[in-house]
Design a protein around this ligand. Structure first.
Ligand code: UD1
Ligand code: CA
Length: 454
């Protein structure tokens, strides 16, 4: 006996009006289908069978997971037909959980509840939900003992059935033996001429089984996406959920409706995040870290007590304790700041190791650089790391002072305790503990006259 998850993802998603298949549209920067696969993975299932059709190649190459296989549905003849395409991947004694590639936010706990209702005497369990506005959904028809009798699709329903508020989410768990049997007797004699998966409910009742049902904790878990408005609606609702999770962990958010999380955020105590911050990839924030308004952080680790001032952009970098960054700083991939480092406004760094207590306070570019401790880089300093073909390295020792408006033409090395005079273009190594400068002599033209207007 094994648990097999079948994800229906063959539909076109015409209403998205996009070249990207619907199930690859991003929610929090992750494909809708990938959300579903990740949740299935949490159930420790034995195999995930994704039924693909429209955009099959790109869908298949854009998602990943363990034990992931694909079944092709060339023509979309209905949800029942789609599940038939997965037939060879499950056995009679397996339990089959059916999910949807465009319903991304179902939780592991809801699905575990659903699965707990299925066994040999109860081979079918449905996830239903009660909605004030049930238009478009299949209605759950129950008898006077409130046992489920059937699901009737909107287009096939009579007025009495249309008034039913309990609807089919589409998600169900079925024993393999019965699923195979019922699917083999589906037909398409209905309003849409489709093979409805939902017709198996009446078959189960007919075979004398009591159909089990459960409901999700939150409506969000069963919302599907058909157009960009729904996608945006779900994005906002999901972001609010993620913001709530952060606050539950003790993070202070200045505005929970103005933060976007597109990945995983790990936080220690007393983190504070101001408005309009975007956190992407894996972001780790130490104790007392403060992130100012309008910052973007992607794949960064920031140690305790560091403050990032507004409008800073950090990607693929590691920041030590007690650092001060920004406002308007750009830390590009490969930047590593040791403790107490300071990166000020309009400073760009890339592949740069900045030693403990070193400062680059204003208007500089530092790339392909190893910098020691307690260095002070003056405003307007540029490491000229690129000769048009290759990148070269700049090595700066401890306690170096670089005067403003200096170009360090790499490859070049500045010794410990060296001072570089302002305005220098340094093309050769500068020795330690000396003043090095390159500067044309200042002169004053004594007889010079201001031009006069003609
Ligand atoms: C389906 C259910 C309905 C339920 C609703 C919940 C059926 C017959 N109806 O209706 O009871 O209330 O979902 O949202 O099952 N798909 C395929 N191949 C196909 C057809 C569909 O992969 O041949 C996929 C679609 O891409 C989509 C999902 O299955 O992701 C649902 O199909 P859709 O046609 O949208 O079903 P609904 O009419 O919404
Ligand atoms: Ca649908």
């Amino acid at each position: 006996m094994a648990l097999k998850v079948v994800i229906l993802a063959a539909g076109k998603g015409t209403r998205m009006r996009s070249k990207l298949p619907k199930v690859l549209q991003p929610l929090a920067d992750k494909a809708l289908l990938q959300h579903v696969i990740d949740t299935a993975q949490q159930l420790h299932c034995d195999e995930i069978i994704t039924v693909i059709g429209h955009g099959a190649e790109s869908v298949q190459s854009s998602v990943s997971g363990n034990n992931l296989v694909f079944a092709m549905q060339e023509q979309q003849l209905g949800t029942g037909h789609a599940v038939v395409m997965a037939d060879e991947f499950y056995n009679a004694d397996d339990t089959v959980l059916i999910l949807y590639g465009d319903v991304p936010l179902t939780t592991e706990s809801t699905l575990t509840d659903l699965l707990s209702l299925v066994d040999d005497t109860n081979p079918l369990a449905l996830l239903t939900i009660t909605l004030e506005e049930s238009t478009g959904y299949g209605r759950i028809v129950r008898d006077q003992h409130s046992s489920v009798q059937a699901i009737v699709e909107q287009k096939d329903a009579n007025p009495e059935q249309l008034a039913i508020k309990e609807v089919n989410t589409g998600i169900m768990a079925v024993k393999g033996a019965q699923l195979k049997k019922w699917l083999s007797s589906l037909d398409n004699s209905n309003a849409q001429g489709e093979y409805y998966l939902t017709d198996i409910i009446a078959m189960a009742v007919n075979d004398g089984f009591k159909v089990q049902t459960t409901q999700p904790a939150n409506e969000l878990e069963v919302l599907g996406v058909n157009d960009k408005r729904q996608l945006q609606g779900l994005e906002r609702a999901y972001q609010r959920l993620l913001a709530d999770e952060l606050m539950v962990k003790g993070v202070t958010l200045i505005d929970a409706n103005r933060i976007d999380i597109r990945g995983t955020v790990e936080t220690a105590k007393d983190v504070q995040i101001d408005a309009n911050v975007i956190l992407a990839g894996l972001v780790r924030l130490g104790e007392n870290v403060e992130i100012g308004a309008n910052c973007i952080l992607k794949n960064v680790t920031i140690a305790d007590n560091t403050v990032i001032h507004p409008f800073s952009h950090l990607e693929d970098c590691i920041v030590g304790e007690d650092c001060i960054i920004g406002p308007y700083a750009r830390l590009r991939p490969g930047t590593e700041l040791a403790n107490n480092a300071k990166i000020g406004n309009f400073v760009e760094t890339k592949k740069a190791k900045i030693g403990e207590g070193s400062k680059i306070n204003h208007l500089s570019y530092v790339g392909d650089t190893d910098m020691g401790q307690e260095v002070n880089i003056g405003a307007g300093t540029i490491t000229c790391n690129y000769d048009g073909v290759n990148k070269h390295k700049t090595i700066i020792g401890d306690r170096v002072f670089v005067g403003s408006d200096t170009q360090l033409v790499a490859p070049v090395q500045i010794g410990d305790d060296a001072t570089i005079g302002a305005g220098s273009t340094i093309t050769k190594d500068a020795p330690q503990a000396q003043l090095t400068l390159s500067r044309s002599k200042q002169l004053t033209i004594v007889s010079w006259q201001k031009p006069t207007k003609k």
